[in-house]
Design a protein. Structure first.
Length: 596
């Protein structure tokens, strides 16, 4: 069946503007100043079923009449483009249609679908009401009758179309077409669309608004004459899944352009991340940003310009908004990491330092909270109740916590290490039998490089429950040893040698003066022992070894000057008597007796 404008019946052709209003593309431009419309802010009366039904029908009829008059004048003229006064009439018609939509309870629709669905449902409802017998308006219950009624709802006779009082929310107490009625409107329309219209009906409204490219015509009205866009070949209006072919072609074009843009951004992101000197995390932000930009634009074009409807509209719109909120969550996560890395570079911190890890952790916590908030808002927009999402997150979080108790314990241990800072990257520490230099402090474990060059990974929960000896934070390093002198060293030389060592240590600026211990303290098994202990100020282990060597060499030189000899391990064996040597046996005679 062809829907060319030149072949349309007079009634539907006159109502083309009404379908243009429903196209939604008009909403993207501000209304011209001075739009001629009486009482533009007049709301629909919803104080009773009678007022709601009357108001809905009046506003819809006014919208239809305004659109029909405009189209009649436009098609009768030779002008290619709509005049400014005609555009003002378009906005007036759109305003009356929006007022009529207020008579419907749209709380059952996902917020992401309300804008387009409300116009489509209002037109479908008007089409249904134009084909059925309505009772006299005086017989419909008014506010007084409903105040005395037991049930606060009214059903149009011989139908399931119901007007009910809203019991909660911002519109409590108003009588609106019930959510269940709106949900079933497509089925109601399918049952009555072949019935004849009643007097005063809006003939052909829904067919024109759902089949003709009216949204495209208005979106391009400043570039392409609307009559050119509307006069499309008849074969393009054949429907598949209630969508005309021209809409499927346009749908494929919009999705194709969107995917091409996203793929281009992904390639640019990889290119920027691979360049020398580029900031990888910021380059990676281009990927989610492309989806955040493309998805709402595509959703707007498909719903407001192409006017995808029915189940196709629901599936496409909800899918696009789901991708949008997931991409926004991804973008926030990537942005948090990029900000953390930028702060680390700006503050010139070591990549693996505890301060760097703490910055990353704080940004991760912030982005996690923001991401959860985005997911909750997004779930609400696509029709999932926020409390259900929060409950699901709570149950899921509890399950994760029970299944990953040790992991959480390690995470808390890492937090304690990061905030208390008992050690830092590069510190020499000793934990139980483990000793080495800290190489990295992560969110689950700490890695320690031992002095025999192995890398030991210690879970953070185990680390915080152990005694940590941070040898790196010592202001002074203890040096202690025993000097073994030979036993033939005179007492005077021992006293002089010990006094010389004390003077030598006291003269050094890197030796702590109040704790120098030099004394002859023991008779050893092979030596006379001088105890030596002092505290040496050295910032690193290498400095300690170098300064310790200097001091010990000075002690050797002092020993040479004092003619003191160092003993080496010896052992002396003292024997009091020697055993007598054994005598040889006496010779025997022929009888076997001793010759003596």
């Amino acid at each position: 069946m062809s829907f060319s404008l030149t072949r349309l019946p007079t009634g539907p052709m006159l109502w083309l503007l009404a379908s243009l209003c429903a196209a939604g593309g008009l909403a993207s431009w501000p209304a011209p100043a001075g739009a001629a419309e009486q009482k533009p802010l007049q709301p629909v009366d919803t104080s009773s079923p009678q007022a709601t039904l009357r108001g809905f029908m009046d506003f819809m009829n006014e919208s239809y009449a305004m659109g029909a008059g405009l189209m009649q004048g436009y098609l009768a003229s030779t002008e290619l483009y709509l005049e400014p006064d005609q555009v003002r009439t378009v906005y007036g018609s759109l305003g009356r249609l929006a007022s009529a939509e207020r008579a419907m309870d749209l709380s059952g629709l996902p917020p992401a679908m309300v804008r387009e669905s409300s116009r489509r449902l209002a037109i479908q409802l008007k089409e249904v009401l134009d084909r059925i017998e309505l009772p006299p308006i005086e017989s419909v219950p008014d506010a007084k009758a409903m105040a005395a009624a037991e049930f606060k709802r009214w059903t149009i006779p011989d139908t399931e179309i119901q007007i009910a009082r809203v019991e909660s929310g911002d519109r409590t107490g108003e009588y609106l077409f019930a959510p269940d009625t709106l949900k079933r409107l497509p089925d109601f329309y399918a049952k009555v669309k072949d019935l004849p219209y009643k007097d005063g009906a809006s003939v052909g409204w829904y067919d024109l608004s759902s089949i003709s490219p009216t949204g495209v015509a208005m979106a391009l009205r400043r570039i392409v004459p609307p009559r050119w866009v509307l006069d499309t070949p008849g074969w393009t209006r054949a429907t598949i899944l209630d969508q005309p072919l021209w809409r499927w072609f346009s749908f494929a074009a919009v999705i194709g352009l969107g995917l091409s843009f996203v793929l281009l951004c992904f390639r640019i992101s990889r290119y920027l991340a691979g360049r020398e000197g580029s900031t990888g995390p910021w380059a990676a932000l281009l990927r989610p940003a492309s989806l955040v930009f493309v998805t709402p634009v595509a959703a707007f074009i498909l719903a407001e310009v192409l006017r995808i409807s029915g189940t196709v509209y629901e599936a496409v719109t909800l899918s696009l908004w789901t991708v949008f909120f997931l991409a926004l969550t991804w973008g926030v996560w990537v942005a948090g990491g990029a900000i953390a890395e930028s702060v680390i570079v700006l503050e010139k911190l070591r990549e693996s330092s505890i301060d760097s890890q703490l910055i990353r952790l704080v940004l991760r916590l912030v982005t996690t909270v923001v991401a959860i908030a985005i997911l909750v808002v997004g779930a609400d927009r696509i029709g999932l109740p926020a409390y259900s999402v929060l409950a699901g997150l709570g149950v899921g979080g509890l399950a994760v916590a029970l299944a990953a108790q040790q992991t959480l314990a390690n995470l808390l241990g890492s937090l304690i290490i990061m905030f208390e800072k008992p050690f830092g990257v590069g510190h020499w520490i000793k934990v139980n039998d483990l000793e080495g230099v800290v190489e990295d402090v992560g969110f689950r474990s700490t890695r320690i490089r031992t002095f025999y060059d192995s890398l030991v990974t210690v879970p953070s929960s185990q680390l915080v429950n152990s005694t940590i000896d941070n040898l790196e934070l010592r202001e002074h390093r203890e040096v202690k040893t025993v000097l073994n002198l030979t036993y033939d060293t005179p007492a005077e030389k021992i006293e002089g040698f010990a006094a010389g060592i004390r003077q030598l240590l006291a003269a050094r600026p890197d030796v702590r003066k109040d704790n120098i211990q030099v004394a002859f303290n023991d008779f050893g098994p092979y030596s006379l022992n001088i105890w030596l202990k002092f505290l040496l100020k050295a910032p690193t282990r290498l400095d300690e070894l170098a300064r310790r060597q200097e001091i010990l060499l000075d002690i050797l030189r002092l020993a040479e000057v004092r003619e003191v000899s160092f003993a080496f391990p010896t052992q002396t064996l003292h024997v009091e008597t020697l055993p007598e040597p054994a005598r040889p046996p006496e010779p025997l005679n022929s009888q076997g007796n001793s010759a003596k």
